[in-house]
Design a protein around this ligand. Structure first.
Ligand code: FPP
Length: 249
């Protein structure tokens, strides 16, 4: 494939979210166990983080483990969790060197102790890094996130801390796991599946969507840049007309 030249000075999405899909199929194609796909998927995680930081993406959210993923065979879940713990330990140095701040969203208390401990440690150690936020969605489900937000808001109403008539979009936003992050500008999903799978439903309201047939372990820097190039050619209208966008109305 010919290399795509990328203008990294203009129209770089602020917040990119990625549904990393296809590890199992990639391994199967090679006659290996699914776990082999996840192990190789970690290399694509590293390439994507590097590529995003290099072009000035400010927030990169990766869907690493969904609430539904807990129902996979125990062996696969255990391997994914230990891959997470070892990768966090291994990558800390490089996160520090590149000033990348780690964060996580999801029902984190469900994570096994070792992975949870490693996660908290890296989050703490990278808290003052400011080049890019790497936000891992772990044990994450968007509907559960919205239910949590509704519960917290309801409690405030019951306790007279908040008036119903003052609830607006910002209120909802402020009660999501992603409260301090900007909306998603660009959502990438690999492996040819064209669905959202309960990922950041509120936050992708105006995001551009990008689907590629590439399986996650084959997704490399250049694939990320190809996706960004497509984003840069899209026109985001937010319900307005092209003419309004052109004249900045
Ligand atoms: C989807 O492929 C991938 C996952 C459920 C897990 C993604 C995890 C990694 C890439 C490794 C660890 C992550 C970090 C952040 C270190 P799939 O298993 O659903 O593939 P299939 O659809 O082909 O079965």
């Amino acid at each position: 494939m010919s290399k795509i030249t990328l203008n990294s000075k203009v129209n770089v999405p602020n917040h990119v979210a990625v549904i990393m899909d296809g590890n199992g199929r990639w391994a199967k194609q090679k006659g290996k166990f699914r776990i082999f796909g996840h192990q190789n998927g970690v290399k694509s995680v590293r390439e994507t983080i590097e590529a995003a930081a290099e072009i000035g993406v400010k927030v990169l959210t990766l869907f690493a483990f969904s609430t539904e993923n807990w129902s996979r065979p125990k062996r696969e879940v255990d391997t994914l969790m230990s891959l997470l713990a070892t990768s966090l330990k291994k990558e800390l140095k490089s996160l520090q060197k590149n000033s990348i701040q780690l964060r996580a969203i999801g029902d984190l208390k469900n994570l096994p102790e070792k992975a949870h401990k490693e996660l908290k440690e890296v989050i703490l150690k990278t808290a003052s890094n400011d080049r890019m936020i790497l936000n891992l969605a772990l044990s994450y489900g968007s509907r559960a996130e919205i239910v949590n937000a509704v519960k917290s808001i309801s409690k405030k109403v019951v306790n007279n801390e908040l008036k119903i008539e003052n609830i607006n979009e910002k209120t909802i936003n402020n009660h999501l796991y992603t409260f301090s992050l900007p909306d998603v500008d660009f959502l990438i999903r690999t492996s040819g599946e064209q669905r959202i799978s309960n990922f950041l439903l509120w936050q992708i309201a105006y995001a551009e969507l990008y689907f590629t047939n590439t399986l996650w372990p084959d997704f490399k820097k250049q694939d990320f840049y190809n996706a960004i190039k497509e984003y840069q050619n899209r026109e985001r209208r937010y319900g307005k007309t092209s003419e309004q966008i052109e004249t900045n109305e």
